[in-house]
Design a protein around this ligand. Structure first.
Ligand SMILES: [Zn+2]
Length: 77
């Protein structure tokens, strides 16, 4: 899986949708969440938000500890 993923670029939330991937978010506390990219894309379009990953990541916050130190990784649906 790692090699196949290496050829894909995930710069915006649209890239995740394009490759049929959701976003796996892992916090420094160990809490994990899976984000539905279709839902995020819709929210971004409706609210006119930045769809680039650094901007998406900046809006994320851990529900368990409130930290913003989270990592995002693509996960195939
Ligand atoms: Zn956390």
């Amino acid at each position: 899986m790692a090699s196949a993923m290496g050829t894909k670029r995930f710069q915006t939330v649209f890239d995740y949708t394009k490759w049929g991937c959701d976003i796996a978010v892992t916090c420094q506390c160990g809490h994990k969440a899976l984000l539905d990219t279709k839902a995020i894309t819709k929210t971004c379009v409706v609210k006119g938000l930045d769809t680039r990953m650094p901007a998406i990541k900046a809006r994320l916050k851990c529900k368990a500890c409130g930290s913003r130190e989270v990592r995002c990784a693509p996960v195939e649906r």
